[in-house]
Design a binder for this molecule. Structure first.
Ligand SMILES: *Cc1c(COP(=O)(O)O)cnc(C)c1O
Length: 406
């Protein structure tokens, strides 16, 4: 490939149809439509209909957990789970996560305290729990980021030492295992998101899973206005319900889950094979002894070795129609209202900051093929052969952030 072929230097973009991170996986359209027809004929659209019940049962079986309570979305699931567990004062969360992890607490006036990640992993450093916990701390939300699990044993032990409740944000880790056991039954509860961009989706939706009977019952009340029967309300509650249409998508998505994982894995392998020999590029790796969903392909760019920082590399990819994303830049601690607050005592986010300046998430999912990925890898090779030219070129043209706004 010659440098002239690159879009930055006057060539045609490699992809005329942009490749995104998180284009929804659909599954069997016919199965979905037939479920939709059934639910329309039944005229039962929501309020814990048969499809929602079936989805809850299948998820609970799959994750080997007693209860699955579906929710309107992952954020509501986080809010309801932490509220039902009595989170108050403040709670410890990693700064390297989607902002909903922090907002779900703040929305209930529980202040998120941001903890750093452990060296090498991108996960909450378990030692941060004891370092940051105060008399006001009530819980921890570790995040099973990128589908890799946090050090669940260490997190749980250290939280228990301090008497803290633990809710895992497992939005990325549906279908994954920790020490051979499915994610879903750890801590006091685990939260999943089935947002359209997650690899198993219900358009919008989420769930909380738990082995705690009383907690499950409380969450069911809280997500349905506190109704225990037709006219009896015994608890304060909101509307956090998933509807039948969403459950129809969820069931269809679950049936195709193994195919989605196989596809994601093939994509991941194509990236791995491609970047293995490129100096300064490294994919976030997975533990092959666990089950992984490979829904994110996360690349770390070491500028010292590549001569090109993550940002110009990402911008150059954008110009080629590769909509790479720097999740979860700039970090929750650099977003409002958290950014304007005084730093809590003992907060040090050095490793989080380092990761946030290096990582870029690449397109995968069923809308992207291993063939597409081989073309992306060729682009990466070409771009990294001319780091200085790329930087110079980008300086002359403003970044066109036209690919997507979310
Ligand atoms: C997607 C996501 C959420 C929020 O889920 P929604 O269903 O979009 O509300 C929370 N935490 C993490 C880590 C996520 O990736």
């Amino acid at each position: 490939m010659s440098i002239k072929r690159l879009a930055l230097f006057g060539g045609e973009p490699e992809f005329n149809r942009p490749l995104h991170v998180g284009t929804p996986n659909i599954g069997d359209t016919k199965r979905f439509l037939s479920r939709v027809e059934t639910l329309l004929n039944r005229r039962l659209l929501t309020n814990r209909g048969p499809l929602v019940r079936e989805l809850e049962q299948r998820v609970a079986e799959l994750l080997n957990v007693k209860h699955c309570v579906t929710m309107s979305n992952g954020t509501a699931a986080l809010e309801i789970a932490t509220r039902a567990l009595g989170f108050k004062g403040n709670a410890i969360v990693p700064a390297l996560t989607f902002v909903a992890t922090a907002h779900a607490l703040e929305w209930q006036r529980v202040r998120p305290i941001f903890a750093d990640i452990a060296p090498r992993t991108h996960h909450l450093d378990p030692r941060g729990i004891e370092r940051l916990a105060t008399s006001l701390t009530s819980g921890v939300i570790p995040v099973n980021l990128w589908g890799r699990t946090a050090d669940i044993d260490a997190v749980t032990r250290r939280a228990a030492n301090r008497g803290l409740a633990v809710v895992f944000d497992s939005s990325h880790a549906f279908g994954c295992t920790y020490k051979g056991k499915p994610v879903g039954g750890f801590g006091n509860a685990e939260v999943f998101s089935f947002h359209a961009t997650k690899f198993v989706n219900t358009f919008e939706g989420g769930a909380v899973t738990t082995n705690d009977d009383a907690l499950a019952e409380r969450m069911r009340l809280m997500q349905n206005f506190g109704f225990v029967d037709r006219d009896t309300v015994i608890h304060v509650g909101i509307n956090g319900k998933m509807n039948e249409l969403e459950a129809a998508m969820g069931l269809t998505s679950l049936e195709a889950m193994d195919d989605f994982i196989a596809h994601n894995h093939a994509n991941y392998c194509a990236y791995l094979e491609g970047v293995e020999d490129i100096d300064g590029l490294k994919l976030v790796e997975y533990d092959n002894s666990e089950r992984n969903n490979y829904q994110y392909v996360v690349l770390e760019v070491d500028e010292r070795a590549t001569g090109l920082h993550r940002d110009p590399l990402m911008q150059a990819l954008h110009s080629e129609g590769v909509d790479a994303r720097r999740y979860f830049y700039p970090g929750c601690h650099r977003m409002e209202p958290y950014q304007s607050r005084p730093k809590p005592k003992g907060q040090d986010l050095t490793l989080t900051e380092a990761a946030l300046s290096r990582v870029v998430t690449l397109p995968t999912g069923t809308a992207v093929t291993p063939g597409d990925i081989r073309r992306i890898v060729l682009l990466l090779q070409e771009l990294l052969e001319h780091p200085a030219d790329v930087v110079q070129r980008l300086a002359k043209q403003p970044h066109r952030a036209t690919l997507s706004s979310v």
